[in-house]
Structure formats: structure tokens, C-alpha cells
Design a protein around this ligand. Structure first.
Ligand code: FE2
Length: 379
């Protein structure tokens, strides 16, 4: 790729931060409720569930800030003229376990340059875009702790549960619109689960009903109508949430959601994957209706959640699925994206990963993951 890059975004997702540098582990899930012990009879399923609750790998979180600095330096060597990436986008599941200690570590890691003598990301609040994921409200009926965390990193306001929030940001000659969507399903009431051991206190019904809200997404009619109305108002030149665009048609419009826009295009249809998804459903109901109603409005959609990097299309809308950027896992490579835009509006997706047999991040040469995106066609 020889075109000069004018704008850049770093897309992180599913950091799954724990309560401190060295405190990623959360204890065994299967010494707990008898139903969970039943799951443990299947080795693959138990490994899947335990990895879902694993926190960050300290060597990955420690290396990421240094790797991003090196990446920026290389971009400058190639002609990129800015002193930093334009935006950092964090697509939810900032923490694995939504307690005060984990969010406090997340606050320091995201916003400080150094945390206990180890490099932090030091992200500038004006350049930081975030949305919550299912882990950021695990067993909770609201986003109270996540919103407190957002307030402390001074990225506010954030979408309310089941709602959207729009923000516009200038970058050089270009305007960006970021539409944040919260499509999480919430508990009817807080389940008072503050540590893994508390799972024992759940009734059988409460534990089984977790299938409905623990990892599943849902886009409601209210959310769709709200987003469509906001887009109409923006097009009329009105201010909406934190967004106001001088020229709607030429702005680069990005849809940010934690859940997959097309689950089946990201996750394989193997029997094992179907079984694990039956145990803990990860789809997002109603997402296809939202995509139909906002057809032609966005240039790019980005999501996380499935820990499986992928570039795919919903109709003509390019979609980037980001893997987990830091979780301790034996299954998925750690993953983030660098999005590059040229002056003429071409978009390149560059996948960076930490393969299992490696000791650091590197640019992914797989052309299915590192590629130019086809521009969406007008509706
Ligand atoms: Fe998630």
C-alpha cells in the first residue's frame, strides 16, 4: 500500500482486565454451583467457560503500549504526519469481572502512561471512544460501575442500557461520527455476585436464567427507532447527543457495537461451537432489523465479543470483528486493529496479533484480515 495515510484509528476490544497487574486469575469456576460442576464433566466446555472468565495476560497488557508506540513510529516513517493516532476505540468487555478493583485498574491502565512502573496506554480522553460489553455489567441490572469508570477516565456520557449515544469528532479536514450502541441484555435485578465463589448462592433458576443475559445481545425496537430518529436529526443539521456534523454526506460514519452483526459469519458452525453457544448464547437478537433500518448510513461497523477477528460484509457494509486484545487464553490469538484512511477516503484494515507461538504482537499478513475494505454502496 503506497498511498499516504491521513487518519488512523486503533480498535481494541475485550481487554478483560483483572483487578491489578498480577491479579488476572479469578479462581476456579467449577468448585462452585452443582450445575457448573456438571458442565465441568465435559473438558472442552469447562475450558470454554473458564476461559470466558479469565482476565488479562500481564505480559500482553505490558507489551501493548510499547507495541503501539513502535507502530506509530513506523507509520511516521511511511509518511503519516500526525503525532498520535487520531482515535482509540475500545469495544467493550474492558474488565472481566465488573467490580470496583477491576474498573480501578482499567482506569489507570487506560489513562495513565505508567501504572506501578509498567507502561499504561495513556489514552487521551478526547481521542478515546468506548462502549460497554456484557462483562462490564455481568450479573448486574445496570451500568452503574461502568458509568463510574467512564466518568473517571472522563469519557462521558456513555450510552444508557439498551440505548445509543452519538459523538462527532473532527480530524484534520475530515469529520467522524461514532454511533455507540449498547445492545446488552440485563438482569432483572442485581444478583449480588461480587466474586466467583458467590455463584454458589444462586438458585438453580437464577443460574439457568443467566443464559439469557450473561453474553447475549438484543436490539430493541426502541433502540432502532431512537437511532434512526437521531440520524434524521443529524442530517437536518441539528445537534444530537455529542454530535454535530457540518456535512453529513462526507463525514466518515462508524457504528460501534459490542455484539456481532452477523454471528454466523464470525463463528464456525461446528458441533462443538453450536454446543458451547447453546450453553451460553452469544448472538444479538434483532441486529438484522437495525442493519436494515440504517442501511447506507455507515461507512464501517466494528464489534468485538466473539474473540475471533474477521473482516466481513453485511450487505455492502464493511464490518471488522476484533478479537480479544489482552485476555489470557489458549484458544484465540490476542488481536487489535489499526484502521488507516487515505485522503481520498480509502479504508485499510490492518490486523495485529500475538500468535500462540510468539512472544509479542506483530502485523498479521493474512490477507483475509489485513486488507482494503470495499466502500459501502449507497442505499
Ligand atoms: Fe463480550
Amino acid at each position: 500500500m503506497s498511498a499516504i495515510i491521513s487518519d488512523t484509528l486503533i480498535i481494541l476490544s475485550d481487554l478483560h482486565l483483572g483487578p491489578g497487574w498480577r491479579h488476572g486469575e479469578l479462581g476456579s469456576l467449577f468448585g462452585q454451583h452443582w450445575l457448573l460442576r456438571l458442565f465441568s464433566l465435559d473438558k472442552k466446555l469447562s475450558q470454554y467457560l473458564e476461559q470466558g472468565l479469565a482476565a488479562h495476560d500481564p505480559s500482553v497488557t505490558g507489551d501493548l503500549p510499547l507495541y503501539l508506540s513502535t507502530l506509530l513510529w513506523k507509520l511516521k516513517q511511511e509518511g503519516y504526519e500526525k503525532e498520535d493516532f487520531d482515535f482509540h476505540v475500545v469495544l467493550g468487555d474492558v474488565v472481566t469481572w465488573p467490580d470496583e478493583r477491576s474498573f480501578d485498574f482499567a482506569r489507570r491502565y487506560l489513562s495513565w502512561n505508567w501504572v506501578e512502573d509498567i507502561a499504561g496506554l495513556g489514552l487521551h480522553r478526547e481521542k478515546l471512544l468506548m462502549i460497554p460489553g456484557n462483562h462490564d455489567k455481568l450479573f448486574k441490572s445496570n451500568l452503574f460501575l461502568y458509568h463510574e469508570f467512564a466518568r473517571h477516565v472522563r469519557v462521558e456520557p456513555q450510552p444508557q442500557p439498551g440505548r445509543s449515544y452519538l459523538v462527532s469528532k473532527p480530524s484534520g479536514n475530515r469529520e467522524f461520527l461514532f454511533a455507540s450502541i449498547d445492545a446488552s441484555v440485563y438482569c432483572g435485578k442485581n444478583l449480588q455476585i461480587s466474586k466467583v465463589e458467590d455463584l454458589d448462592r444462586l438458585t438453580n433458576f437464577e443460574l439457568l436464567s443467566c443464559r439469557d443475559h450473561i453474553a447475549r445481545g438484543k436490539v430493541t425496537e426502541e433502540l432502532i427507532n431512537e437511532l434512526v430518529e437521531k440520524i434524521v436529526r443529524l442530517k437536518r443539521g441539528e445537534s444530537v447527543d455529542g454530535a454535530h456534523l457540518k456535512d453529513y454526506p462526507t463525514a466518515t460514519k462508524i457504528l460501534m457495537i459490542h455484539y456481532a452483526l452477523d454471528f454466523k459469519k464470525v463463528v464456525s458452525t461446528s458441533l462443538w461451537k453450536s454446543l458451547s453457544n447453546f450453553a451460553v448464547p452469544h448472538e444479538c437478537n434483532g441486529i438484522e432489523v437495525l442493519l436494515e433500518r440504517v442501511k447506507g448510513e455507515f461507512d464501517l461497523a466494528v464489534h468485538g465479543h466473539l474473540h475471533s477477528p474477521k473482516v466481513y460484509y453485511c450487505g455492502s457494509l464493511p464490518v471488522i470483528a476484533v478479537g480479544t486484545s489482552a485476555q489470557r487464553t489458549t484458544e484465540s490469538p490476542r488481536s487489535f486493529y489499526l484502521i488507516k484512511l487515505t485522503e481520498s477516503g480509502k479504508i485499510f484494515a490492518e490486523h495485529h496479533h500475538w500468535p500462540q507461538d510468539s512472544n509479542g504482537f506483530k502485523r498479521d499478513t493474512n490477507e483475509a484480515l489485513t486488507c482494503e475494505l470495499a466502500p459501502p454502496r449507497a442505499a
